[in-house]
Design a protein around this ligand. Structure first.
Ligand code: ATP
Ligand code: FE
Length: 328
């Protein structure tokens, strides 16, 4: 069976084609770069409306198949920006009706974890999913992916992006901060882990205050990374110790950061755990992850009636039964 997946929870549009054995036949995408400010939900929706019809033929061609070879449509049902999700769902329904093939909606965050496992060969990892919109520590336990820790306010990528915008570094902030951090040294910024959760808004405010006080930008960037990543690694480590697993998987757009990878790898080594990170192509939002999770979902639950394709803006990772994962 061939699944065509459509992703568009935030500012990236993706279309991917994956077969039921997990062969990724194609994955193409296009990212919106907002001119100023953050992502505007309506602009994201317009971006998807423009790109989905262009990316579908591209994905089909790259896969070397015909559109009529597609057996069902998978789409990201949530979590994400309302207008963006509605555009994706509308495109998915239209395709399903016009091709007369079934449809299935899937959870975006679980998509990241499953494509990460598929691409790296990890079997039962503790996953750190960090992006512009999400920051979660996820691990499988008793039938579902449980959230062991998550942000209490903004995502770590959002913290970097916001800092980048306010200080004139531009958007997205993450890559620029990483470069500047190479020449920085440590200044004190608030570290905040509460229980198993973390928080980034206090860190962002403190970093912006330091910038206004005239603290060198390199030093703030360095400390922003060390503090934010320290928080993420601490919670991932505690989840690893608690679950007694032996794999750590990093995914989401912030995975591009070398320092985060280094810190997580050191932590994993100390626990004799293997560290995995998918190809960058499958770290950020992509269509293949939706197509693949659609395959897993279809295999165990089948597809759904078109009237059950409503979007779920606050779709939680731990709401979904994942019978394809086994407890080890
Ligand atoms: P989601 O819908 O999953 O929240 P997203 O729209 O944020 O995804 P991604 O591509 O997964 O898209 O992640 C983008 C984020 O990754 C941005 O916040 C960006 O600043 C951050 N990022 C990219 N490169 C780096 C880097 N080198 N260091 C730190 N952060 C980075
Ligand atoms: Fe994502």
């Amino acid at each position: 069976l061939i699944s065509l997946g459509i992703e568009g929870t935030a500012e990236k549009t993706g279309v991917g084609i994956v077969d039921d054995e997990g062969n990724i036949l194609s994955s193409v995408g296009n990212q919106l770069f907002p001119k100023e400010g953050g992502i505007h939900p309506r602009e994201a929706a317009e971006h998807h409306a423009y790109w989905i019809p262009k990316l579908i033929p591209q994905a089909v061609e790259e896969a070397g198949i015909d559109l009529t070879d597609v057996d069902f449509i998978s789409f990201s049902q949530g979590p994400g920006l309302g207008p963006a999700l509605r555009t994706v769902a509308t495109a998915a329904r239209t395709l399903s009706l016009s091709l007369k093939i079934p449809i299935v909606g899937v959870n975006h965050c679980i998509g990241h974890v499953e494509i990460g496992k598929l691409d790296t060969g990890a079997i039962n990892p503790v996953s750190l999913y960090v992006s512009g919109g999400n920051s979660q520590v996820i691990a499988f336990e008793s039938g579902r992916y449980r959230i062991f820790g998550e942000t209490l306010d903004i995502a770590v990528g959002n913290c970097f992006d916001h800092f980048g915008r306010e200080t004139g570094l531009g958007h997205p902030g993450g890559p620029v901060i990483e470069k500047l951090a190479l020449n920085g040294s440590y200044v004190d910024l608030p570290y905040s882990v509460k229980g198993m959760d973390f928080s980034f808004s206090g860190l962002l405010s403190a970093a912006l205050r330091a910038f206004k006080r005239g603290v060198p930008i390199e030093d703030i960037c360095f400390s922003l990374q060390e503090t934010a990543f320290g928080m993420l690694v601490e919670v991932t480590e505690r989840a690893l110790a608690h679950t007694d697993k032996n794999e750590v998987l990093l995914c989401g757009g912030v995975s591009a950061n070398s320092r985060l990878r280094e810190m997580l790898k050191i932590m994993a080594d100390e626990h004799y755990a293997n560290f995995y990170m998918p190809n960058m192509k499958y770290c950020g939002d992509n269509g293949a992850m939706i197509a693949w999770l659609g395959q897993l979902t279809n295999k165990y639950f089948g597809t759904v009636d078109i009237k059950d394709t409503h979007i779920i803006q606050r779709y939680r990772t731990d709401e979904v039964d994942v019978p394809w994962v086994k407890d080890y």
